[in-house]
Design a protein around this ligand. Structure first.
Ligand SMILES: C[S@@+](CC[C@H](N)C(=O)[O-])C[C@H]1O[C@@H](n2cnc3c(N)ncnc32)[C@H](O)[C@@H]1O
Length: 491
């Protein structure tokens, strides 16, 4: 028996499966034992020089939503996948983008890039495939909503909820709520709070208000859902059995009204702070798939791309919004969520994968455009398909890796198409190491960029991540990082 680190194993002939006999942590590193006779060879990791710019503040938490949680409008929805608005401002400054030019975010999420652009009177495009998240972004981008109408609607809803309260009588409140909500929602609230949330929800849904007013009320109620929950609903995980005592005395209608009033004053404040000509800028945002934007965004019309794609194996975006989707009745089950959300997103979590689906084989197009990336990924996929058989969970990380890069290849091709010559696309992203197999996502994305036509790429490391797992024997010890990958389209 011989022992190697994961990237050192290579079968004698490419077509032989790698047979892994055992996996263990050895002197802090994950080691594998393979059958004698396998040769050991270091994979050719691409070995790019990591660069540092003077004004790129290393160590910034730009890949996290922390700064945005303190900023008006940005903080209407605490999106765990969001990035800092400061990162967008930095990129706009750094790339000398000015009013009248166009920025595009193919993974718009809750709209951070577009929101910053609007404030600075820079035109924008945005694409987001998750229907619920898209609605949040669309609402945050609409500062033209009639605030008098919102104030009137709020008063009406307050009156209706009080009327519902007076008229409601039911001998078994729990049984009544069970008819309305899935188990997860029931577990997150005490009955009286959930009943109040139910009244507010119905008042919003039954109203015949203009669509943008309803959207604002929808986002307002959504943003108090986790605040008034008596379970630990902090992102990213919901722990229904853990009590959150700080929410026990919160009144849902009071919190909702307060949130709507805050949102109204946020809009006024942001308009005051925005560039005076922000109204002349346009913002085309679509609920669509960033892999297929040919019918939405013309060739070479964008001056800059700033985005953060889903990280490989980080979040199941559909699952992260489960509480919200269940509460609004947009999904009742895991199956509903898969159908309405998961199938529309790029592959980034094993929960999206069916082993029979041919989409999770590395694509021919990727092979033709980027043979070095294809070759690297093929080896990683082969290793992962062997390792998974040695693990209890047998997670389909092999197919996940293939599906992720197939999808990212398509998105990067589209980004290249829409960019004007002599411009840059910036990706904030993290790497990963499923089952300890290191996938240098930043480098691979850079290489894919070259394959689709970009002339150059560079990587700036923002911060090391994943430290919280160190010392946990169940987890790998590979150190991970969050980076900024900049692709340049030549003049
Ligand atoms: C890292 S998040 C971006 C968050 C965003 N920067 C923000 O501040 O809110 C990635 C987003 O990509 C979206 N997404 C996944 N697949 C997509 C696809 N095929 N087309 C467009 N958006 C997609 C996810 O729903 C998620 O909101």
């Amino acid at each position: 028996m011989e022992q190697y680190s994961l990237f050192e194993i290579e079968p004698k002939r490419a077509e032989d499966p790698v047979e892994i006999q055992d996996l263990r942590i050895f002197e802090g590193n994950l080691r594998v034992q393979v059958r004698s006779g396998y040769s050991a060879k270091q994979y050719p990791l691409f070995g790019v020089e990591l660069e540092e710019t003077e004004d790129l503040a290393r160590g910034q938490e730009w890949g996290t939503f922390k700064d945005s949680l303190r900023a008006p409008i940005h903080n209407w929805f605490a999106y765990p996948a969001g990035f800092s608005y400061k990162a967008v401002e930095w990129s706009i400054r750094h790339n000398d983008l000015h009013s009248g030019q166009v920025i595009y975010d193919p993974f718009m999420g809750s709209g951070t890039t577009n929101l910053v652009a609007k404030k600075l009177a820079i035109n924008s495009y945005g694409v987001e495939a998750h229907p619920f998240v898209f609605r949040v972004a669309k609402t945050k981008m609409n500062w033209e909503v009639d605030l008098d109408e919102v104030a009137r609607a709020l008063r009406e809803i307050e009156g209706q909820v009080m009327g519902f309260r007076r008229g409601f009588s039911h001998t078994d409140l729990r049984a009544f709520l069970k008819e309305e909500f899935p188990e997860l929602v029931l577990k997150c609230y005490n009955d009286s709070t959930l009943l109040e949330l139910f009244f507010i929800r119905n008042a919003i849904m039954q109203s015949s208000l203009p669509e943008d007013v309803t959207d604002l009320l929808f986002v307002g109620l959504t943003s108090v859902l986790r605040q008034v929950s008596t379970a630990a609903t902090g992102w990213p995980y919901i722990a229904p059995n853990k009590r959150k005592t700080t929410s026990l005395n919160k009144n849902a209608l009071y919190e909702f009204s307060r949130q709507i009033r805050k949102m109204m004053s946020d809009i006024q404040a942001v308009i005051r702070e925005a560039e005076p000509n922000f109204r002349e800028s346009y913002h085309h945002i679509y609920r669509a798939d960033a892999r297929h934007t040919q019918h939405l965004i013309p060739n070479e019309c964008v001056d800059h791309v700033f985005t953060s794609p889903p990280y490989l194996n980080n979040f199941d975006y559909a699952d992260r919004t489960r509480l919200e989707l269940y509460f609004w009745g947009e999904a009742q089950s895991w199956g509903d969520i898969s159908r309405t959300v998961r199938t529309k997103l790029i592959t980034s979590a094993t929960t999206q994968i069916s082993r029979e689906d041919p989409r999770y084989n590395l694509s021919e197009d990727l092979l033709l455009a980027c043979p070095d990336v294809f070759d690297f990924l093929k080896k990683a996929v082969t290793q992962l398909s062997a390792i998974r058989l040695t693990r209890g969970g047998r997670k389909s990380y092999d197919l996940l890796v293939a599906g992720y890069f197939n999808d990212m290849f398509q998105v990067i091709g589209e980004v290249y198409r829409v960019l004007k010559p002599n411009s840059k696309a910036v990706f904030v992203l993290g790497d990963s190491a499923p089952y300890g197999v290191y996938i240098p996502t930043d480098d691979l994305i850079g290489r894919i960029g070259l394959g689709v036509g970009f002339s150059d790429y560079r990587i700036d490391v923002l911060r090391e991540r994943g430290g919280k797992w160190r010392g946990n024997p169940q987890r790998h010890n590979v150190s991970l990082r969050e980076s900024i990958v900049t692709l340049t389209k030549a003049a």
